[in-house]
Design a protein around this ligand. Structure first.
Ligand code: CTP
Ligand code: MG
Length: 222
């Protein structure tokens, strides 16, 4: 779980993953949603250096929580977490990468993702089809409408074999490519992770408006 970001777009003093919704910090919702699933054995959380906000959990839901120090970019944080996996995690074990700022993940989506990633060597990600009409801008006017057929929004978790993800992230970083999700690093190797349609309410909190939506979803149990 990458949790080493500072939440620049959200703003404020407290990094967004520690903001409370429905009585718990976002990161606690994200961790519990993962660890409550029977297919998940434990989690490694990548934290900012000297993060004063981390509550210090060593276990949650009866499963181990390990921490490590993240890096400047998301890929650096995920790579640090992969390198901190316990030695008894097999090279071909499936690892799921999930944003700390995504608090509304459902068990059924985790199950679907694990099922797909288990049978697809290139891995799998949760994703949602694009619903809005897409405009290509030319300055501040519309140049044209982009067809949305076949376009998906990448969500998390994203699931890959441990050794494949390690290789892909090391290559992206060595090439100084900024990859904004793990699948993008895998795609750079010429591979094709599977799209698994997930719930659209698996939202990532990026701005204050998203926090209100998260509060609504989590307090309703909607
Ligand atoms: N993340 C990370 N290490 C980084 C950057 C991001 O671990 N160097 C984590 C964030 O903490 C978050 C997840 O990756 O859980 C998704 O990133 P994002 O929503 O972009 O969070 P921030 O990078 O913190 O926000 P912003 O881009 O607005 O600064
Ligand atoms: Mg970011």
């Amino acid at each position: 779980m990458p949790a080493a970001g500072s939440g620049r777009r959200f703003g404020g003093e407290l990094p967004k993953q520690y903001l409370k919704v429905a009585d718990k910090p976002l990161i606690e919702h994200a961790l519990r949603s993962l660890l409550a699933h029977p297919g998940i054995d434990g989690v490694v959380v990548a934290l900012a250096a000297d993060d004063p906000h981390w509550p210090g959990w060593a276990s949650l839901c009866g499963k181990p929580v390990v921490t490590c120090t993240g890096g400047a970019e998301r890929a650096d944080s995920v790579l640090a977490a992969l390198r901190s996996l316990p030695v008894d995690v097999a090279n071909d074990a499936l690892v799921l990468v999930h944003d700390a700022a995504r608090p509304n993940l459902r068990g059924e989506d985790i199950s679907h993702l694990i099922e797909s990633a288990s049978v697809c060597a290139d891995g799998a990600i949760l994703a949602a089809p694009v619903r809005d009409t897409l405009k290509r801008a030319s300055g501040d006017v519309i140049a044209h409408t982009e067809p949305r057929t076949g376009l998906w929004r990448a969500l998390t978790p994203q699931a890959f074999r441990r050794d494949l993800l390690l290789r892909a992230l090391e290559a992206a970083i060595a090439d100084q490519m900024i990859v904004t999700d793990e699948a993008m690093a895998i795609e750079r190797l010429g591979l094709h992770p599977r799209l698994v349609e997930g719930r659209e309410d698996n939202l990532k909190v990026t701005t204050p408006a998203d926090l209100l939506l998260a509060e609504f979803l989590l307090s309703q149990g909607a």
